[in-house]
Structure formats: C-alpha cells, structure tokens
Design a protein around this ligand. Sequence first.
Ligand SMILES: Nc1ncnc2c1ncn2[C@@H]1O[C@H](COP(=O)(O)OP(=O)(O)OP(=O)(O)O)[C@@H](O)[C@H]1O
Length: 286
Amino acid sequence: MDPASPEPQTGSLADVGRDRAVASVPAKSVIETRDLNVFYGDFHAVHDVDLAFGQNEITALIGPSGCGKSTVLRCLNRMNDLVANARVTGEVSYHGQNIYGPGVDPIAVRTHIGMVFQKPNPFPKSIYDNIAYGPRVTGMKVESMDDLVEEALRGAALWDEVKDKLKQSAYGLSGGQQQRLCIARTIATKPDLILMDEPCSALDPIATSRIEDLMMELRQTFTIIVVTHNMQQAARVSDRTAFFTARPDETTGNRTGLLVEFDDTNRIFTNPADKRTEDYISGRFG
Ligand SMILES: Nc1ncnc2c1ncn2[C@@H]1O[C@H](COP(=O)(O)OP(=O)(O)OP(=O)(O)O)[C@@H](O)[C@H]1O
C-alpha cells in the first residue's frame, strides 16, 4: 500500500491472503496499519489488521460487539497506552511515521489525531474554556483565543447556539450540543485526523442527524474514522467501510477480532465479497 500511489486501486480485489480481502485502497492515505495485533494480558483481542485510511474520507469500522473495532481505533492515536494490560504489535504509520516507533511522544500523537467518544464528555468548565483548554495546555501559538474559539465552534456547527453564553457551563448544553462541543474541542487543536467512537450512540435521531451532517462537512478539512453500530449511519456518511468479525479459538473459546473486508461503502452494502459481511449487513448474524 503506497500512500503516494497516484491511482486508487478500486475494484481490483487484492486478496492479502489472511482471512480477509482488501478490495479498495485509497489514493492517498493519512494513516495505515500493518500487521496490527492487540493483546489484553494473554488475550489476543485483534489479529493482523492491515488498513489504509484515505485523506479527507470518512471510513467506518463496523462489526459485531467485541470484534475489536474500538481497540483498533484506540491504536490509531495510542489511546491503548492508557489501558494497563494492553500490548500493541505491528505498525501504525501516520504520514509515513510509525507512531509506535522509538522516541514518539504519545501526547504529541494525540494532538494531531483527535478523538471523540461515545458519551459526550465536556470538561466541568465554561463552553469557552472547553475549547481554549487544548490550545492552552499544548502551548499552541494562538493570536486570538477568542477567534480560535469562534472558529472551532463554527466548525462544529455550534456557534449560533452558544455565542451568547460562552461563559456558561458546558453542562447546561443538551447531549447533542455537548457532543458538538466535544468535536469543537477536538478541532481547536487543529488535528488532521479525527477518530470517533460511536459518537451518536447516546443521542436522539435529530441530534444524530446533525452530527452526521457535521461529519460530512468536516470531511472537507479532516480525515475521519468512525466506529459505529448503526449500519445506516455507516452507509449514509462513510466513503469506505471495514467489516470486522470475531473468530473463536477452538481450544480456549476466546474470540479474536479480525478484519474480514474493506471496500467502498457502496460495495460493502450492495455487493460484499465475503459471505460473513453479507450475513452481518443483512442482519442474519451479529
Ligand atoms: N481493557 C480491556 N481489558 C481486557 N479486555 C478488553 C479490554 N478492552 C476490550 N477488551 C476486550 O477486547 C475485545 C474487543 O473489544 P472492543 O471494545 O475493541 O470491541 P468492539 O468491537 O469495539 O465492541 P463493541 O461494539 O461492543 O464496543 C473484547 O473481547 C473485549 O472484551
């Protein structure tokens, strides 16, 4: 997978020979995984994941519960470093640099690669300070914090709703507004990649639809990788989809996650190459 490759290899099924098929490779990728394996203690949670995430694309990670979607997502900005018994092997290459290489500062990684969580988690601070916090603690050079706060809130489609109450607590916002605030907080430090772990699962359908619209807008500027249980959401917002499943070990019964298929979202949902994908998207399994 060459991120500099001029031509997308869409359509030519490149069977990489280990339980899954990668059928669509982005022309320009921001981040790639190679032989990615994750262990929690002795438990092998994720097996040999090779993926390339296209620039200014939305990639959805889907699959049944426990197949390792969040685990894979957390590897992409070294969030698994914060899990005591987690061990990651293989490579995650961000603009060509292995973020697990020697001397790489995981905190610096997380300023370039932001994350939005399932449950909106604003800080117990004002709306303004939620946004200003990241730029302040990372020592970002900022000409005008007021302008940066406005830009981030506009970027997250929240400005008009909060511009007159910036000094009020973020806890006074609705769940959907809080999630957009968390997105604004993430984009304030100017990452180029945003990871979203089921960002709408705690929201009602209207708030969900606003976040989905926002994701489509953010894609102009950022690359987005989203874990979702909502297949309609994956189909609506994403350009490419990776389907994972969990394979039980014959002796221990432990279920290890693996990538089954990665392709253009349209193909995954209309003409998947693998029967396991078809069974899952048609609701026969998972
Ligand atoms: N901190 C941890 N310690 C031990 N095992 C863990 C830990 N986090 C996740 N796991 C296990 O790793 C496997 C993959 O979990 P993960 O949360 O990544 O799956 P998922 O596909 O995102 O699931 P879901 O859709 O239910 O959120 C599961 O068997 C889970 O129990």
